[in-house]
Design a protein around this ligand. Structure first.
Ligand SMILES: [Zn+2]
Length: 51
């Protein structure tokens, strides 16, 4: 979660340009999957089961 926040802040520092979220990874918290995925570019979080 801390990592996600850092990513989001860095993205905001760039002016929050539009992101297509080309690269996402499973999010982990304390070594356990949270069930979410996070964009490694802008730090946005998604639910994995996206329809
Ligand atoms: Zn993104």
């Amino acid at each position: 979660m801390a990592q996600t926040t850092a990513l989001q802040k860095a993205w905001e520092a760039k002016g929050s340009p539009p992101c297509d979220h080309p690269h996402t990874e499973k999010e982990y918290a304390s070594g356990m999957q949270t069930g979410d995925v996070v964009c490694t570019t802008c730090g946005a979080e998604f639910w994995r089961s996206k329809k």
